[in-house]
Design a protein around this ligand. Structure first.
Ligand SMILES: [Zn+2]
Ligand SMILES: [Zn+2]
Length: 398
């Protein structure tokens, strides 16, 4: 596995080196095998609400083409490249998918399951966001960084976990809102009034109220030391792109959604406005992290843009505790945390002294750990403070 990941991160990537074909083979192999697993166990691995919309005939045809392409690209990589790991891994994935039935795989379990994982949700999200953002970032990149930049595997794993546990996360984060809703029947008249407004107005109101809640939630996660340790995971990203925003501790994901969905559901907004907003915030939160150099003129003072949020992730001192809003920079102006100098961008991203370890599981445990490990202390004396309280050093880079 180490050699395979080493090959993925290899610097020898030029056209003709067999790296591009090898990576494509692995990606298509994973996508093909995942889809075969979805065909075998749809009750367990696919999102319940989406199942009835799938055209299985088309999916089988696509899997067939994907697996053949993965195999051919793997073969090409093995021929071109001295190290055979990438090509062999791609072909092995195709072999496993074929042994499971390939494009003809049929359902192995009968009946329904109340619990499912969103493997299909992961693939669809990745295809949708990748198709939109990879070309935009290639054409309008702010920083010259490859698609497979440092720590892309970690960020992709965050993306994978959030999609896979879509049902559990939705359940946990919606429970508070539904509990409040059920115990406040007396306010149904008010909710009917909210839901009867024009949809566009409801959409703007949802944006405003969720951002107001989100602003203070976000600010607490920066300014209260033990909460910061959860949020530090999000800020540990040293590269900004469409995948970087996925890096967020599971505890923070659940709490953030639980708080932001409160105004959405408790105030009684109509479903079309809620769904439109959820789709909008899904695209906007990906966009503000993306590596694009767009200038929005006057609009950058109205709505959050990549430069606005990149400053929030900036590594320099002036980027400390600024730009908390996700929609309206006006909230930061109002509460004194706005920072958007001229046409400038931050020098780099992350937390000075890099206190957060790398890797999903180490980052998962990071907020629960009491002290900095010895190796980190000896490696960087500036990080040798107690981790129980965020020091100025750490605070200085949020
Ligand atoms: Zn933050
Ligand atoms: Zn962010």
């Amino acid at each position: 596995m180490g050699r395979l990941t080493g090959e993925m991160d290899s610097s020898e990537r030029h056209f003709g080196s067999g790296w591009i074909s090898g990576m494509l083979s692995v990606i298509l192999g994973v996508a093909g095998l995942s889809t075969v697993l979805c065909l075998l166990y749809p009750q367990l691995l696919t999102t319940a609400d989406a199942r009835s919309y799938y055209n299985v005939g088309w999916i089988r045809l696509i899997v067939h083409v994907v697996l053949i392409a993965a195999f051919v690209l793997g073969l090409l990589s093995v021929t071109l490249r001295q190290s055979k790991w990438l090509g062999a891994a791609g072909m092995l994935l195709v072999l496993v998918a074929s042994l499971m039935g390939g494009s003809r795989a049929s359902q192995r379990l009968e009946g329904q399951s109340d619990v499912y994982l969103g493997l299909d949700f992961f693939l669809l999200n990745l295809i949708l966001l990748g198709t939109i953002f990879i070309p935009i970032e290639r054409l309008f990149k702010k920083r010259d960084q490859p698609i497979f930049r440092g720590e892309w595997r970690e960020d992709l794993f965050y993306f994978f976990i959030s999609a896979l546990f879509v049902q559990a996360l939705a359940y946990l984060s919606l429970t508070p809102a539904f509990t409040v809703l059920a115990s406040t029947q007396w306010a149904s008249g008010f909710r009917e009034m909210i839901a009867s407004q024009p949809l566009l107005l409801q959409f703007l109101e949802i944006m405003f109220f969720t951002d107001l809640v989100q602003y203070w939630f976000h600010r607490c996660f920066h300014e209260i030391p033990w909460l910061w340790k959860f949020h530090a995971v999000h800020h540990s990203a040293k590269h900004m792109d469409w995948l970087a925003g996925s890096r967020m501790h599971l505890v923070e994901i659940v709490l953030l959604r639980a708080f932001t969905t409160l105004p959405m559901y408790v105030m009684g907004f109509a479903e079309p406005a809620l769904y439109a907003y959820i789709f909008f915030v899904y695209l906007l939160s990906t966009f503000v992290h993306s590596n694009v150099r767009f200038h929005f003129g006057f609009l950058q003072h109205v709505i959050a843009t990549p430069r606005f949020h990149h400053w929030h992730h900036g590594i320099e001192k002036e980027a400390i505790n600024v730009n908390y809003a996700v929609h309206f920079p006006l909230l930061d102006r109002l509460f004194g945390t706005h920072h958007l100098p001229g046409d400038e961008w931050p020098e780099g991203y992350g937390i000075a002294s890099h206190p957060v370890p790398t890797g999903y599981w180490r980052q998962f445990l990071y907020p629960f750990r009491k002290s900095v490990p010895k190796s980190a202390e000896s490696a960087d004396s500036s990080a040798s403070k107690s981790d129980d309280v965020a020091s100025n050093d750490e605070t200085a880079s949020m």
